[in-house]
Design a binder for this molecule. Structure first.
Ligand SMILES: [Fe+2]
Length: 257
């Protein structure tokens, strides 16, 4: 069995104590890390699925990595629309436009979804990355596979968010759909914990470790439900037979390590 932890949309501020939607996002990430450690699971990998800092500053990435330092597991990350890939490339973590991580029999394919950004939050996967994805899936048909990217490749029913989802989702799914070894797509971006399906393939979005957005509304609105609005994260059991079990954790504000 392998264990994968997914942390997303931390939106760390440039300065310690800085706020994101009136919340100290660094403090909330510390609570998330403490909660994840309290599970007592020896995670094999930590996937950071984008919007890790709010304005792309080097110092914010340094503080992010310092905050998650106590967690076990190999780090891997993809950039979100708030990230700065050039700054991320300075760290010893793979942030290639496309890369692969092996977890036992499992493969985790990392895709950059910030090609042709529209300036409003959307992005797409480049033609090169789509070619690489198709080629990679065709070569490893027996290995259960997860695909990770920042943007959600399915609409969520929240109008303002559906305008900034993965712009070339149809092309993405046309490459993925024929490959039955793909067990799921992991994303962030929506600041909601969703589990959707396309052609029998699950898409899991991780909640933000900081602030959640209310679904079904026309404009950006933070979640006011006291439970659903809590900071959160996901983790996954990756069984050797290809079965995957997804877990969702929400972290009480009062949680202390
Ligand atoms: Fe975000």
């Amino acid at each position: 069995m392998r264990y994968l932890l997914q942390i997303s949309d931390c939106h760390i501020s440039p300065e310690p104590g800085g706020h994101y939607y009136e919340r100290d996002s660094e403090l909330l990430l510390k609570r998330v890390v403490a909660h994840a450690l309290s599970l007592g699971i020896s995670f094999d990998a930590v996937l950071l699925s984008g919007d890790l800092v709010h304005h792309g500053e080097l110092s914010a990435y340094e503080r992010l990595l310092q905050t998650i330092q106590p967690l076990p597991g190999v780090r891997c990350w993809v950039a979100g629309n708030h990230d700065n890939s050039e700054q991320m490339d300075r760290f010893d973590i793979s942030v290639l436009k496309q890369s692969e991580l092996r977890l036992g029999r499992w493969r985790l394919l990392l895709l950059d979804s910030n090609h042709l950004p529209d300036g409003k939050g959307s992005g797409s996967i480049s033609p090169d990355s789509l070619e690489w994805l198709e080629s990679s899936l065709s070569k490893h048909t027996d290995a259960p596979t997860l695909i990770a990217m920042h943007h959600n490749p399915l609409p969520t029913g929240t109008p303002w968010q559906d305008q900034i989802m993965l712009a070339n989702a149809d092309e993405f799914w046309s490459r993925v759909k024929p490959h039955s070894q793909v067990k799921g797509v992991l994303c962030g971006h929506v600041h909601q914990a969703l589990e959707l399906q396309y052609a029998g393939i699950n898409m899991w979005s991780a909640p933000s470790t900081a602030v959640q957005f209310k679904p079904g509304v026309l404009t950006v609105t933070t979640e006011d439900d006291p439970q659903v609005g809590l900071p959160g994260y996901r983790w996954y059991e990756l069984h050797p037979d290809g079965q995957i079990v997804a877990h969702l954790e929400r972290v009480q504000d009062i949680f202390e390590s």
